[in-house]
Design a protein around this ligand. Structure first.
Ligand code: OAD
Length: 234
């Protein structure tokens, strides 16, 4: 892989599953007991802000009980040892990549540890609970704070930077995502013809056919081996 310069990695919920963060698509079609649109859409938030705040408060609090796994650490090592271009794009809203040491990281679906004000658009780091009575620390407005999460129907963050990185990628790794949610599900089709595409997942997915190589297995076991082989082939 001597010609590889630029690496782009996309991660999904499977990345954090072994750390104890639940994935989205359970067998019953519910996400921690809720229909996804109830808790992950602007309409759901308008209908029942208390429910949505409670849902994300619980998930934010749960971050304190989970730790990065060997897969998160392997990607941080890849970033630190790789001398070419590198970008890690995650759909995950947990903070396990940064806690493992990743820095060249974009959270395209937002972050549980951030909130924003719909009145002044200020974004703040937030460790505690949020509710309909929370006052914005930037503008003083009451009741305009929401999780800094991209909900269904909203545009993911940093799309221009991601598009540019995909265009110049020589290696695209897609880790632990079902390939059901766009635009991330379409990234494998936005790289150049010369780009090598590798998918790592415990099962085949909707988008497996777009990849040259498939590693079937769990991230904590397989990703350290994959990273080692990429670094060895430099
Ligand atoms: P999903 O829950 O749809 O898919 C998780 C994927 O991880 C599945 O393909 C599993 O097979 C795989 N998987 C599970 N455990 C794994 C492991 N230990 N090792 C490797 N793979 C494993 O999650 P996402 O694809 O991330 O969006 O979902 C995409 C988006 O849909 C999320 O970001 C979220 C959701 O709605 C928003 O909230 C905007």
């Amino acid at each position: 892989m001597n010609s590889t310069q630029n690496i782009v990695v996309l991660t999904g919920a499977g990345m954090s599953a072994e750390s104890g963060v639940p994935t989205f698509r359970g067998v019953d079609g519910l996400w921690e007991g809720h229909h996804i649109e109830e808790v992950a859409s602007p309409e759901g938030f308008a209908r029942n802000p208390a429910l949505v705040h409670r849902f994300y408060n619980l998930r934010r609090a749960a971050l304190k009980c989970v730790e990065p796994n060997a897969g998160h650490r392997a990607l941080a090592m890849l970033e630190s040892e790789w001398t070419g271009g590198f970008l890690l794009v995650t759909q995950n809203v947990d903070d396990l990549h940064e806690r493992a040491g990743s820095r060249k990281l974009l959270h395209m679906h937002g972050e549980l540890r951030k909130v924003r004000c719909e009145a002044c658009y200020a974004v703040a780091v937030w460790e505690n609970d949020l509710d309909a009575g929370t006052v914005c620390p930037a503008c003083g407005e009451t009741g305009a704070m929401r999780p800094h999460i991209v909900w269904f129907g909203e545009i993911p963050f940093e799309m221009e930077t991601i598009a540019a990185a995909l265009k110049s990628a020589d290696l695209f790794l897609c880790i632990g995502t079902s390939g059901l949610v766009y635009p991330a599900a379409g990234f494998a089709q936005r790289v150049s013809n010369e780009c090598r595409l590798i998918e790592l997942n415990i099962e085949s997915t909707e988008i497996s056919r777009h990849f040259h190589e498939h590693i079937v297995g769990a991230v904590s076991a397989e990703l350290p081996k994959l990273v080692e082989s990429i670094l060895r082939a430099r």
